[in-house]
Design a protein around this ligand. Structure first.
Ligand SMILES: Cc1ncc(COP(=O)(O)O)c(C=O)c1O
Ligand SMILES: NCC(=O)CCC(=O)O
Length: 509
């Protein structure tokens, strides 16, 4: 068995970190007809404080100027949604881009109708080309955690853009963002910047294989790690939404190296290691699943994964592309206090620009070229505008009270939605964790993708349409997590819950 002394160092560094007490995770359970206030089954702990002013909502602290929209202009009363221009643009788009979209998750295949085409976004609101304004819970599938088009982020990127868009050579902002990530994410000592979460994950898989000199990778059904060949096997997100369990074009010899197991099932992991232990390079997982809807792990599950991978000389990778800087400032690994060997990041660290990263202890990361032999490169990697956006975003998130605020409003949202559903006789389960939330139209409990698939997706379709008509933009799939931002106000949340109550009243249980 290969031991990794660096990881022991990393672990001891971590145990000396400031107190950050994760709570034991629980499973999402059903609360049909139950009106308990504790509708959210899962309560996060508190993030680390960094300075003195406390964030207490969009209006009181960070000021967002609503240039494109005003909060009052979005309507949560039924509007016959006028989508003429969106529809016309999508008809044209379909003639020049496959399915009319640049990414399949944007299609409305599973909810019906045609995608909405957007023109502007600010704070918690997004405006379409027909002039409809929505409260946005997609937030570009995660990056906009400080609110869309945040003024401070725009200032930072504008200042950098004036100095240069790209150098194709080192810039100081890369050092700064790498230091910020290393300071925040407990298991990380070195970072390689790339341009997307996909790139981060397939590059990390290459590194994992090179480091262990093994080829097989274990992933969980319903987890999504981008569209690298190794990961288009029982994947979540758009792959699950479109019912494409695998993709043609992926070499069968590559797919055969990916072993899949259900999430939150430790027996399945034990079994896969019993059968293939000496060939497994590592285990990839989302430390909180967002790509099959929101599914938290138990802390014990993550701890067992840590132990089993170590026993077998395999690496553990937390794909924090979605959870990174959403599940607290120390990310899901800090929240659960379980340290992976490798971490992938994306979304939030680019503050709205295409930035990804893979990261880990020095001993493993120094295998990456030019320090080591594992090749990986990128014309625009670490480009200064993306670095500036990411740095400013992390700076805003470090302000005291931000994660408490995100947790409070998101919990209120999830509780409100679950309660609105139960009041109207619908079987639902779900909850929230900091700025991520989810609601499944099933009794539950939902512990993995197999459980999530029991959801009533026809009901979700009606719910999605009803919410759209009332000015609330949700991801067009039951199998996507929802997001909130620092710009989402309590008023946004109340109006969303009121809209949901109305929609759910009109749907047969
Ligand atoms: C957990 C996770 N990993 C990887 C990816 C891929 O990232 P990207 O879409 O930036 O390629 C995503 C989202 O897309 C994700 O949610
Ligand atoms: N959960 C879905 C994603 O995070 C990805 C978005 C995309 O592929 O466009």
């Amino acid at each position: 068995m290969r031991t990794n002394p660096q990881m022991q160092n990393t672990a001891s560094r971590i145990s000396g970190m400031p107190a950050f007490v994760p709570q034991a995770a629980g499973h999402f359970t059903a609360h049909r007809q139950r009106n308990a206030v504790s509708a959210c089954d899962w309560t996060p702990g508190r993030g680390r404080r960094q300075d003195n002013a406390v964030y207490d909502g969009p209006r009181r602290a960070v000021v967002h100027t609503m240039q494109a929209v005003s909060p009052s202009s979005s309507s949560t009363s039924t509007q016959k949604l006028k989508t003429d221009r969106s529809d016309a643009l999508m008809r044209d788009a379909a003639t020049v881009m496959p399915g009319g979209v640049s990414s399949p998750v944007r299609a409305f295949r599973s909810v019906g109708g045609s995608p909405i085409v957007f023109e502007s976004t600010k704070g918690s609101k997004i405006v379409d080309v027909d002039g409809n304004t929505y409260i946005d819970y997609v937030l570009s599938f995660g990056p906009s955690v400080v609110g869309s088009a945040n003024d401070e982020v725009i200032e930072a990127v504008t200042a950098q853009a004036r100095k240069g868009l790209t150098f194709g050579a080192p810039c100081e902002l890369e050092n700064q963002l790498a230091h910020a990530i290393i300071d925040a994410v407990p298991s990380v000592e070195m970072v390689r910047f790339v341009n997307s979460g996909t790139e981060a994950c397939f590059s990390a898989a290459r590194l994992m294989r090179a480091y262990t000199r093994r080829e097989k990778i274990v992933k969980m059904t319903g987890c999504y790690h981008g569209h690298g060949d190794s990961f288009l096997v029982s994947a979540g997100s758009g792959v699950a939404t479109l019912g494409l369990s695998d993709s043609p074009g992926v070499l069968s010899s590559v797919a055969a190296k990916t072993l899949t197991v259900p999430y939150n099932n430790i027996d399945a992991i034990r079994e896969v290691f019993r059968q293939h232990g000496s060939e497994i390079a590592g285990v990839f997982l989302e430390p909180v699943v967002g790509n099959a809807g929101l599914i938290p792990p138990t802390r014990e599950y993550l701890q067992e994964l840590r132990q089993i991978t170590r026993q077998h000389g395999a690496l553990l990778l937390f794909d924090e592309v979605m959870t990174g800087f959403r599940i607290g400032y120390s990310c899901a690994q800090g929240y659960f206090d379980v340290m992976p060997d490798l971490t992938t990041l994306g979304k939030v660290i680019g503050g709205g620009y295409p930035v990804g990263a893979y990261a880990g202890p020095r001993e493993i990361m120094e295998m990456v070229a030019p320090a080591g032999p594992v090749y990986q490169a990128g014309t625009l990697s670490g480009s200064p505008v993306g670095m500036a956006a990411g740095l400013k975003t992390l700076e805003i998130l470090r302000r005291p009270g931000t994660y408490e605020y995100l947790d409070r409003i998101t919990k209120r949202l999830a509780e409100g939605l679950l309660q609105a559903a139960r009041e109207n006789g619908h079987a639902v389960c779900g909850g929230s964790l900091y700025s991520m939330w989810g609601m499944f139209f099933t009794e539950g409990p939902v512990n993995n993708f197999e459980d999530a698939k029991k959801s009533d997706t026809a009901k979700f379709q009606k719910f999605h349409r009803g919410m759209l008509e009332r000015g609330v933009y949700l991801a067009p799939s039951q199998f996507e997590a929802g997001f909130t931002s620092l710009a989402h106000s309590e008023d946004d949340v109340e109006r969303t819950v009121e809209a949901a109550r109305e929609v759910l009243r009109g749907i047969a249980p």
